[in-house]
Design a protein around this ligand. Structure first.
Ligand code: 13P
Length: 413
């Protein structure tokens, strides 16, 4: 909040009574306001540690700043408070009548019992506030919030139903060929008509076995990496074309284990993503923050950076063929799952980031998975979230029964 420093008059330790006129931009500190305050000009003022238990009538209080102010029982009638900022303020029992507070921000403010009548509340932001008994035009705020949440959820659920739910197993470096065959045979027996897409991302040496074993079944096959060049002197690497030739449909790219142990960067993930798309593969691109990054409160910065770099140069049409897997690195193989709310928060953030880059329609079409210690016990709750469209599962995908339970949970979610 900007104050006009030239116009500032400091009123400290005083009592302000009716008809007081202060120049706009006043800083009012440790003062007491009593009784009725009418027709005052407080525009752009700053109230700090002040007792304002008064009735304000026809006063201009627009652009004001309130900090540690006691406003309990105060009344604001026909006042203009638009653009005000209230921090750590006690507004319990305050009444705002025919007052405009549009664009005002309330942070950690006690608003319980506050009454807003016939006012303009457009653009008001309320965070971390106490709201018990607060009413707007006679409507209980809690009911309004519940109403909003319900409508918001129904809206999100509708959009979720349009997207493809995808459960993918990332077998990592596990299973010999006979073991792979046995696991897929067992899985085939359980998964005959799944309500979601099912993928097994197997080691390179099992791809042929997997493609063969899953022919004519709903189970698709994915690889766990591919190189970005078409061919050449890249010992140990496999190209996207080589995977397509084998009948592979999906490829996991940018998994945190590849970033952590094999020097994969956002630049190489981007090159691999573009090469995979060009070859006709559907990439499952993994993003996720380290524990330290979460603790430093930079999860969103990390994720936004990965999304922007990993999909650089990828068109909207191509993006719709991709799956994004949100895998917080601290949750992978640790048994420490993100809570469903944490998973939803970041998956929603990924979608919002995509919306900024590609527009709402494209963002709404992209499948976003959660991965990291997802198992038969926690899958249903995680998959019930509006922006969690599926899972990328490590350990639990190695047991046909557990993996199938997750597939069934995706159908419910
Ligand atoms: P876990 O399910 O074993 O934690 O592994 C998750 C993962 O890395 C999937 O790609």
């Amino acid at each position: 909040m900007e104050l006009n420093k030239e116009k500032i008059t400091l009123i400290a330790d005083c009592e302000v009574t009716d008809k007081s006129k202060t120049a706009g931009g006043a800083v009012v500190r440790t003062s007491k306001f009593c009784a009725d305050i009418s027709e005052c000009d407080f525009e752009g003022s700053c109230f700090v540690q002040t007792n304002l238990c008064a009735t304000f009538k026809r006063s201009d209080m627009s652009g004001d700043y309130f900090e540690e102010v006691n406003l309990s029982g105060a009344g604001f009638e026909r006042s203009d408070m638009s653009g005000d900022y209230f921090e750590e303020v006690n507004l319990s029992g305050a009444a705002f009548e025919r007052s405009s507070i549009c664009g005002a921000a309330f942070e950690e403010v006690n608003l319980s019992g506050a009454v807003f009548t016939d006012g303009d509340l457009s653009g008001v932001e309320i965070s971390g506030c106490k709201l018990d008994g607060m009413t707007i035009d006679g409507l209980d705020v809690r009911e309004l919030i519940e109403f909003y949440k319900k409508n918001h959820k129904e809206n999100c659920d509708m959009k979720k139903n349009v997207r493809k739910a995808v459960i993918a197993g990332n077998w990592k470096m596990n299973k010999t060929r006979p073991e792979a065959k046995a696991l897929l045979e067992e899985l085939k027996g359980k998964v005959s008509d799944p309500g979601c897409e099912v993928i097994a991302c197997v080691p390179f040496t099992n791809l042929e076995t997997a493609v063969e074993a899953t022919k004519g079944t709903p189970i698709k096959v994915g690889a766990q990496n591919c190189h970005f060049e078409k061919s050449g002197a890249f010992t140990g690497e496999i190209s996207a074309d080589m995977l397509v030739e084998m009948g592979v449909e999906y490829v996991v790219l940018g998994h945190s284990e590849r970033r952590q142990y094999f020097g994969e960067t956002d630049e190489t993930v981007n090159k691999r993503t573009r090469a995979a798309l060009a070859a006709g593969l559907k990439p499952i691109v993994c993003v996720g923050e380290l524990l330290w990054e979460r603790e430093c409160n930079i999860t969103e910065e990390v994720i936004a950076r990965q999304i922007k770099l990993d999909f650089y140069g990828v068109s909207a049409e191509e993006l719709k063929k991709c799956i994004i897997a949100y895998e917080p690195v601290w949750a992978i193989g640790t048994g420490k799952t993100a809570t469903a709310d944490q998973a939803e928060e970041v998956c929603a953030f990924i979608r919002a980031t995509l919306a900024k880059l590609y527009g709402d329609d494209t963002a709404e079409a992209v499948t976003i998975q959660y991965g990291g210690s997802m198992n038969a016990g926690n899958a249903e709750e995680l998959l019930s979230k509006a922006n969690v469209d599926g899972g990328l599962i490590g350990g639990a995908s190695l047991k046909a029964g557990d993996f199938n339970t997750i597939i069934e949970a995706a159908t419910k979610g």
